[in-house]
Design a protein around this ligand. Structure first.
Ligand code: BGC
Length: 442
């Protein structure tokens, strides 16, 4: 409740005209003003960049007996050195992958609209102009922060000169997830990711979005809740292990909340706890191993394996053996307890944040009871055996007046980016009507 109360205050600061500059939770306007109504149609390209893989998609929204989304997609790896190289290298690689894909789909002569899911905090100026605020999740390509990412993509495509793209709609992965789930369930007005990173977006009343002109209707806000705590507001609940994780990361001091929750960091938190327990002679008779002492060697996926209902203990023992540790039964039980503690904390913190959004939407609309749907994606949510149950149970406690349905996104956020393009493309009236003075181009 305390965490939720602090986040509630930070939401207001992020939305405020004069307070947003310094707000740790950025509450970024997305210029997405409508969720899908199911009538969208057309042919789109979509790019999805946000983790170690990058996906290129061709999405066709056709109406046969019922609405159908048809998709072809291709995955391109982003090598580790490219994540830390120059922006030009990164965007050239993206443009090259898209080119190969267009050839394979026989689409090279066409100029299709493109939805670009870019899962990093961006200050969106228009739907096709988006300035990267900062890299997260292990990316740190030079020359991109402070620049318009859509422009960098277009420049890379023009440098090649072998194909062109139509209008671009840029979205965060949370927005893509909300939109792709919104196509199936029209009451979906929250999008949440708990994967490598964590974040959520939701439909906010325009009258509360003080940074964008206009009072009518709603706009999707990308909360960037990963930055919660960056002003020190979570210091009292951060542990010594959280502080080490932050210090050793490539973005020390930022994305505090994300570092306590998301897949990029959970394994490392567990490793640090195990190291400490070993040093204190509470595990493995005080005998550590090289692997246990090496950052990154305890992978987040081990947590899911160790917490499995039936085979968890056996999995723990196999993992400990692979890490070169000599264990006894009690050691494997303690390791399991550590994993459970860290993943539970993550689920509960996430629940506190989600409850803050649900309660906010309910109060915004003056309702005693809110029924709503959250579109969810991310490996932690999908793969961990009891993360989602714990999250749901805690949300029920913290937002008792909200009845929340959780819908796991089927095809990821790339499809949602195509939906945004479709909503923007097919409903010029809606966008123009709502955007007075915001220079939306559709
Ligand atoms: C980014 C968000 C993104 C989230 C989930 C965070 O690191 O800042 O923009 O939505 O990861 O991918």
């Amino acid at each position: 409740q305390e965490v939720s109360a602090r986040l509630k205050r930070d939401f207001s600061r992020g939305l405020g005209k004069h307070s947003h500059h310094k707000a740790p939770v950025k509450m970024l306007p997305t210029f997405v003003r409508a969720t899908p109504d199911g009538t969208e149609k057309g042919d789109f390209l979509a790019l999805d960049l946000g983790g170690t893989n990058f996906r290129v998609l061709h999405v066709r929204v056709v109406e046969e007996q019922q609405k159908v989304l048809k998709m072809d997609s291709q995955i391109c790896a982003i090598p580790q050195d490219m994540m830390l190289g120059t922006g030009e290298q990164l965007f050239d690689h993206i443009a090259a992958c898209l080119s190969d894909f267009l050839v394979s789909q026989d689409l090279k002569g066409q100029t299709l609209p493109l939805g670009f899911t870019f899962s990093f905090p961006c200050e969106q100026k228009e739907i096709d102009k988006s300035i990267l605020i900062r890299w997260t999740k292990g990316f740190n390509c030079s020359g991109v922060e402070g620049k318009d990412v859509v422009k960098l993509l277009k420049e890379a495509i023009h440098r090649r000169g072998d194909y062109d793209i139509g209008s671009v709609a840029m979205v965060n992965d949370t927005v893509g997830t909300m939109m792709s789930c919104g196509y199936r369930d029209q009451s979906c007005e929250i999008g949440m990711i708990i994967g490598t990173g964590t974040n959520a977006c939701y439909m906010e009343e325009m009258k509360n979005v003080k940074r964008v002109e206009g009072e009518d209707g709603r706009m999707c806000i990308n909360t960037e809740w990963g930055g919660f705590g960056d002003d020190g507001s979570l210091k009292d609940i951060q542990t010594e292990f959280d502080r080490v994780v932050d210090k050793m990361s490539i973005n020390t001091g930022v994305h505090t909340f994300e570092k306590m929750i998301s897949g990029m960091y959970l394994g490392e938190i567990v490793r640090l706890v195990l190291v400490k327990l070993t040093e204190d002679k509470l595990l493995f008779k005080g005998q550590s191993s090289e692997a246990l002492k090496t950052p990154g060697r305890f992978e987040t996926k081990f947590i899911s394996e160790i917490e499995e209902q039936d085979n968890g203990l056996e999995n723990a023992q196999n993992i400990l053996t692979k890490l070169g540790l000599k264990w006894e039964l009690v050691d494997s039980r303690v390791v399991r307890l550590v994993c459970d503690t860290i993943s539970s904390r993550s689920a509960r913190l996430c629940a506190a944040a989600l409850a803050t959004i649900a309660n906010r939407i309910r109060v915004n609309r003056g309702l005693d009871h809110l029924k709503t749907t959250v579109g969810v994606d991310g490996t932690v949510y999908r793969k961990h055996p009891n993360f989602s149950d714990e999250l749901k149970a805690t949300v029920r406690l913290l937002a008792p007046e909200c009845d929340i349905t959780f819908l796991v996104s089927e095809d990821g956020s790339g499809k949602g980016a195509a939906m945004v393009t479709a909503v923007a493309h097919e409903s010029p009236f809606c966008l123009c009507m709502c955007t007075r003075g915001n220079a939306i181009k559709y």
